[in-house]
Design a protein around this ligand. Structure first.
Ligand SMILES: O=C(O)COP(=O)(O)O
Ligand SMILES: [Mg+2]
Length: 234
């Protein structure tokens, strides 16, 4: 790996640690049914995950209104936005994460990094109220010092602010942290923060091949990254 000896690790959530496509699909289907709109498209969801819930809800509403032959301009979407977001959050929370699946190598990888002494934080665009219970339900919270969600600060990824805040709290300079993500959004945030970044090949990346995104490395498993890193030096 081209990234040597980080002092801390920042982790993306959806598409990096956890395959949440099923739970996104289920919650969105529930939300759309509640509004009397046609169901979501799985591929469209997979390509839209990663930019936060506001973006996802607006994009899914636009598509559903179009499919229903209704006006789908900004005003039409805005008129449904508040009840849609409320229905979505309620449906997402009600699932209690039974549909969430860890990607292979995630648990072992985080265990290994933890054993090697790396402090770790999750920096996701998912709302904190959905992200924190997801981390606990999967047991990954045991390895994570804290989580910042898409609503933790005034700006979210691709803005560097959440990564900078996480580095501050971990007491490392951004250049000494390693961001592990799955998307161009993660890479852009990391680059702007001055933080090395590696990307997982199995994630969502807005539907694009991840190796087209400039990064310091591409991996198939977090366990593989963990094996390659030496024990954290003081
Ligand atoms: O868009 C989301 O809700 C999740 O995005 P993440 O990839 O930053 O976890
Ligand atoms: Mg992601």
């Amino acid at each position: 790996m081209t990234v040597h000896r980080p002092h801390a690790i920042l982790l993306d959530l959806d598409g990096t640690l956890i395959d949440t496509l099923d739970e996104f699909e289920h919650a969105l289907a529930d939300m759309l049914a509640g509004l009397g709109l046609p169901g979501p498209d799985r591929t469209h969801i997979a390509h839209t995950i990663g930019k936060g819930s506001e973006h996802l809800i607006r994009s899914v509403l636009t598509r559903a209104l179009e499919q229903d032959g209704r006006a789908s301009d900004e005003a039409a979407v805005q008129a449904l936005y508040a009840p849609a977001m409320e229905g979505y959050l309620r449906a997402y929370e009600a699932q209690q994460h039974q549909l969430a699946r860890l990607y292979p190598g995630v648990r072992e990888g985080l265990q290994c990094l933890h054993r090697k002494g790396y402090p770790m934080a999750v920096v996701t665009n998912k709302p904190t109220r959905l992200a924190e219970p997801l981390l606990s339900a999967t047991g990954l919270d045991a390895y994570i010092a804290f989580l910042y969600g898409g609503d933790s600060f005034a700006r979210r990824k691709p803005d560097p602010l959440p990564l900078r805040k996480a580095c501050e709290r971990l007491q490392v300079a951004p250049a000494q942290a390693l961001m592990i993500g799955d998307s161009a959004n993660d890479a852009a945030a990391a680059r702007a923060a001055g933080c090395p970044v590696v990307l997982m090949r199995y994630g969502f990346n807005h539907g694009q091949p991840v190796e087209q995104v400039p990064a310091d490395g591409y991996f198939d498993s977090i366990a593989e990254i963990a094996t390659q890193l030496p024990p954290r030096s003081a």
